[in-house]
Design a protein around this ligand. Sequence first.
Ligand code: ZN
Length: 399
Amino acid sequence: MPGTNLSRAEAQERAALIDVVSYDVDLDLTAGSETFGTRTTVVFTAAEVGTATFIDLIADSISSIDLNGTALDPATAYRDSRIEMSDLQAENTLTIDAVGNYMNTGEGLHRFVDPADGEVYLYTQFEVPDSRRMFAVFEQPDLKATFTFHVTAPAHWQVISNEPTPEAIAAPNAANADGIEVARWEFPATPRISSYITALIAGPYDVVRDEVTSTAGTVPLGVFCRKSLRPHLDPENIMNITKAGFAFFEAEFAHAYPFTKYDQIFTPEYNMGAMENAGAVTIVEDYVFRSKVTDAIVERRALTILHELAHMWFGDLVTMKWWDDLWLNESFAEWASTTAQAEATEWEQAWTTFATSEKAWAYRQDQLSSTHPVAADMVDLAAVEVNFDGITYAKGPLS
Ligand SMILES: [Zn+2]
């Protein structure tokens, strides 16, 4: 019984059998405070006709499954967070209509109500295996595909994803049950990326916009936070670090920024420091400073900004096949961001800070019974979840 787990062996077997062409994901965020509508159409190929595989989904309920024009019964096809499919064709089209659950744990599509003004803020956190909480997906990093998102949401919201936000259009039913005006956003397709770096952020976020000149042209920049936090946001510092990082990484990596825009969104009730969603980085809201902080905290935020930006090239453009190489993803981002901070910002002593904080974190972690080799043996998703630690992040850059 896999429950919500997925083993490396299963992932390897699935990647040997199928290639994913595209996902088309239609989300209805106007269905109330507990659930949302999610309809996924996946086009994928199979190396062998007549074989079987499965797709991942953690849903409240599934109303229909259609594989190549044949209806599958959710009651029998859906169990243990998987939808089983057999009799695959060379090219397959799978459509799944489901109801998803908003989360309050920071996994999947998180929903937060601002106590200051009662506004609703949504954001996603998908690493490691939680995009399946928002849409049906082959949830493993090596099965890259294009993703096209369609979103129906309250008209006054900002809706942010990996691609630039399109002009909102009037939704077919212009008002939902609560009488709130709703609109529809039809995003362009992403480049081929892993599902864990796709993202959706939606709500009446406030935004500061700017742009940076990349070697491939102008890249729009956005910094977002809750409306009630806007008086505390210091966007100039964040934009300046971001621009310094763009120039440094493009020169050092000899490769233009690989996505079309770069948004950074400060999100509430966030479990981690930040997440490198392609072109739509989420950052813990503690980094919007509500009172005067020490320079060490500002330095730490700058490192986080550069860490996520480094991931656009290393992690997002170039991605590990499986989570065994998580250490390389994270340690390289730590090394690249600390180097950028030392050489392209005012914090020239960044490696000294690394030695006293990150290196100490690695030493401390190494003394525990939970220590592990830098390159860990990630046999399944459960093993990955416990390895976001001082070894994976901070010991690797020392190697
Ligand atoms: Zn990272």
